[in-house]
Design a protein around this ligand. Structure first.
Ligand code: BDR
Ligand code: CA
Length: 309
C-alpha cells in the first residue's frame, strides 16, 4: 500500500477523490489536509469530516491555509459549480468528528520525514499547504516519493479564466514556488481531466445502492453534472479532476506523460495563473515535471467506479 496524503478544498470532486482514496486498497491514506479554494478552509474541513464520517473512516483531517501566500486576488468561492456549501447544497448535518489540532504544512513535513522516499502527496486544491511545508522544511523535496498535482492546463483552455485553471489561479505564487522547488511532480491538468467525464447514468447506480454514502455522493454529483451542463452545454457529464489525480497516484499507466519545463504566469494581465509549458523542440530549461497529456479514460473510469462507493 502506497502511503498518500490528500490535500483538498472539498468541493464535490474532492469528495469523490476522498471516497476513492479511502476505498482503494492500493493506497493508505495517512491524512487529509485542507485548504481554501472551492470554499473556505473551515468549510473544506467541515465537508471533509462529513464525507469521512459517511465512509466510516477515522483518517485524520488536518486544517491548513486559509489564504494564499501573498495576495488574495480571488474570492474563495465556486458556488456555481459546487453549491453554497461546497457539496452541492446537500449539507443537512455536521459531522460529530473533530479536525486535528495540527497544522497541515507541519503534518506534511512530519509524515514525509517519518517515511522517507515513500509518501505521495496529492494536491487537488490551491498549492499553499505544500508551498508552506517546503519553505519551512526544504529537505522534504528530496524525501517525498512524488507529488501528484491536480492543476493547470498546459495544452488547452483554462476553466476560471481563458488560460488559468482554478487550483493554480487560487494561489499562483504557491504553485510556481512548488514547481521551481525541484520536488518530483506529475501534473494532472485539464489536459486530461476534461477527458474523464462522469455521466448521470453512473450516478444512478450509486443512488440505487441506497447507502448513506452512495446517496450523499449521488446527490452532490447530480448537482455537479447539472452545473457542468450549464457551463459546457452538451458535455454530458462532469470532469473527474480530483479523482483522476488519485487514479494517477494509484496507477500511473492510466496516463501518458511528457517531461516538460512548466512555470506559472505570475504577472500576466490576461493570463495570471496560466501554466506555461515549454513545448519547443529545444526548451531553454530542463524539465521540472511530468505532464499528463493523454488518459485512458475508459480504464480509469472502470477502476474509479469499482471503488468509489
Ligand atoms: C479543480 O478546481 C476545483 O474546483 C476542483 O475541485 C478541482 O480541484 C478543477 O479545476
Ligand atoms: Ca479540488
Amino acid at each position: 500500500m502506497k502511503p498518500i496524503i490528500l490535500d483538498v478544498d472539498t468541493g464535490i470532486d474532492d469528495a469523490l477523490a476522498i471516497s476513492y482514496a479511502v476505498n482503494a486498497p492500493e493506497v493508505e491514506l495517512l491524512g487529509v489536509t485542507t485548504c481554501f479554494g472551492n470554499v473556505t478552509v473551515q468549510e473544506a474541513t467541515r465537508n471533509t469530516l462529513l464525507v469521512l464520517e459517511h465512509l466510516d473512516s477515522s483518517v485524520p483531517v488536518i486544517p491548513g491555509a486559509a489564504k494564499p501566500l501573498f495576495v488574495s486576488r480571488v474570492k474563495a468561492s465556486a458556488t456555481h459549480i459546487h453549491g453554497e456549501d461546497g457539496i452541492g447544497n446537500t449539507l443537512t448535518n455536521m459531522s460529530t468528528r473533530e479536525a486535528s489540532k495540527q497544522y497541515a504544512p507541519q503534518f506534511i513535513i512530519d509524515q514525509v520525514r517519518s517515511k522517507p522516499h515513500q509518501v505521495t502527496i496529492i494536491t487537488v486544491a490551491a498549492m499553499t499547504n505544500l508551498a508552506l511545508a517546503i519553505m519551512q522544511a526544504p529537505d522534504i523535496v528530496g524525501l517525498v516519493d512524488k507529488v501528484v498535482v491536480m492543476g493547470g492546463a498546459v495544452t488547452r483552455a483554462g476553466n476560471v479564466t481563458p488560460h488559468a485553471e482554478a487550483n493554480i489561479y487560487a494561489d499562483p505564487e504557491a504553485a510556481d514556488y512548488v514547481f521551481a522547488s525541484g520536488i518530483p511532480i506529475t501534473l494532472v491538468g485539464l489536459d486530461v481531466t476534461m477527458e474523464t467525464l462522469l455521466p448521470k447514468k453512473d450516478v444512478q447506480v450509486w443512488r440505487d445502492k441506497q447507502t448513506a454514502l452512495s446517496t450523499l455522493l449521488a446527490d452532490m454529483t447530480d448537482f455537479y453534472i447539472d452545473a457542468y451542463e450549464d457551463f459546457y452545454p452538451g458535455i454530458g457529464g462532469c470532469g473527474l479532476h480530483d479523482p483522476l489525480a488519485v487514479g494517477v497516484a494509484i496507477n500511473p499507466d492510466f496516463v501518458t506523460t511528457k517531461p516538460l519545463h512548466v512555470r506559472v504566469d505570475l504577472d500576466g494581465f490576461h493570463s495570471l495563473g496560466r501554466t506555461v509549458g515549454d513545448l519547443r523542440s529545444k526548451p531553454a530549461n530542463e524539465p521540472n515535471m511530468d505532464v499528463c497529456l493523454e488518459v485512458d479514460a475508459e480504464r480509469f473510469l472502470e477502476h474509479f467506479l469499482s471503488k468509489v462507493v
